[in-house]
Design a protein around this ligand. Structure first.
Ligand code: UDP
Length: 378
């Protein structure tokens, strides 16, 4: 089956990184179309899959919170993109859209009867999306998606609550390979710890793009109350959150945190950096659709603290493979960090439980087999 994958961005967001392990196993005839250039294109090309960019600057202005007027203003450019994509799509048996904009354009571009899979990786709630964007997504999904693959039950539930048809939805958890985590050289980990420069103090790492709902501020407030412990923020603003980064930096320079918060920017050495941490924290203040960083922290063999909402609850078995705290709660996060630092035996047991959980439940093999099942249905 010849599959054309479509994604709206060339940036390395979680949705793009989550597609890569599947693309590595995708049928040989696959190709990818992106609406924007970036490092994602290079990674796809490096695994031998043809990839082309159909750039469309004016679509970038359409955001999750956009209203009807904004959407309307982009219609001529959208139609032009649709026509270019339709020409490419002719040569394929199936279209596989890996993001919302990609799905909407693919729905307009596909030929009659051509199956269209929508891989939805967002929780469609009012916290994340304007009512108009939700309505457009759900209506289009019900009408045009042959199947909607979602990355967690939480994503499925939010879609159904917004009016999505349950019969069309297939839950496929993301999968992460343990191999890069198993290859980490202890000397590299020691070097990274030295570079961060915390002089042997415990390091608490939060990985992911810098964005208000990812909860970096919650970690900073928790750490402001735990002296002698350092925080490491790995990631950067990906979708225009520069003001947020500035506010985090300003908070981190205040006397109660000064010198204890390390901003490392966007990095590709995640397995090494995670192993350089004493604890990996996930602090999202609203439901995470899945949470790749949680599985990665587990594979790195580090105790993980995540927030009790969305996909995180499907990954972490509370008290066995990690700890869960209430989203946005500084006292709970602070207490969980203090508990693990004070009890290395417990921290180690949770890390071991997390590692087993990640290997057993979120393997690339399971991901590949589930997507193959879905495609076989078509
Ligand atoms: N990530 C990365 N470099 C960074 C920060 C994050 O490669 O500096 C990766 C991280 O390892 C994970 C992905 O970005 O694979 C984030 O995915 P997640 O599902 O946690 O969140 P999303 O970005 O999809 O909201």
């Amino acid at each position: 089956m010849k599959i054309l994958y479509v994604d709206q961005t060339g940036k390395l967001g979680g949705g793009e990184l989550a597609l890569l392990p599947w693309l590595e196993h995708a049928p040989k005839d696959a190709a990818v179309v992106l609406f924007d250039d970036g490092p994602f294109r290079q990674l796809i090309a490096s695994i031998g899959i043809p990839v082309q960019v159909l750039s469309l600057a004016s679509l970038k202005g359409v955001r999750r919170e956009s209203g009807f007027g904004k959407l309307l203003s982009t219609l001529p450019a959208l139609w032009n993109l649709r026509t270019r994509l339709a020409r490419i799509a002719m040569g394929y048996d199936l279209l596989y859209a890996n993001s919302q904009k990609a799905f909407l354009v693919s729905a307009l571009a596909r030929r009659k009867g051509q199956p269209l899979v929508w891989h939805l990786r967002d929780i469609l709630t009012a916290e994340h999306f304007s009512p108009m964007m939700r309505r457009v997504a759900v209506t289009a999904g019900n009408r045009w998606a042959t199947v909607i693959v979602v990355n967690s039950q939480a994503t499925a539930d939010a879609l159904i609550a917004s009016g999505g048809r349950a019969a069309r939805i297939r839950v496929v958890h993301d999968g992460v390979s343990p191999a890069p985590f198993d290859r980490v050289d202890p000397a590299t980990v020691a070097r990274l710890r030295a570079e961060i420069g915390a002089q042997g103090k415990p390091l608490i790492g939060l990985f992911g793009r810098l964005s208000p709902w990812k909860g970096q501020h919650v970690l900073l407030e928790a750490l402001s109350q735990i002296p002698n412990v350092h925080g490491v923020l790995v990631g950067d603003a990906l979708f225009g959150e520069e003001d947020w980064v500035a506010s985090l930096r300003a908070r981190a320079s205040q006397p109660d945190l000064a010198g204890r918060i390390h901003f490392l920017g966007f990095r590709r050495d995640i397995p090494e950096l995670m192993q350089a941490m004493d604890i990996v924290v996930h602090a999202s203040t609203s439901a995470e659709p899945f949470g790749l960083v949680i599985v990665e922290g587990m594979l790195a063999g580090r105790p993980v603290i995540a927030t009790r909402a969305g996909g995180a609850c499907e990954i972490v078995q509370e008290g066995v493979s990690g700890l869960l705290t209430m989203p946005g709660s500084v006292p709970e996060l602070r207490a969980a960090i203090e508990r693990l630092l004070a009890d290395p035996g417990r921290a180690q047991a949770l890390a071991a439980g997390g590692r087993s959980r990640a290997v057993e439940a979120f393997s690339v093999e399971a991901l590949v087999s589930r997507i193959e099942q879905v495609l076989a249905e078509l």
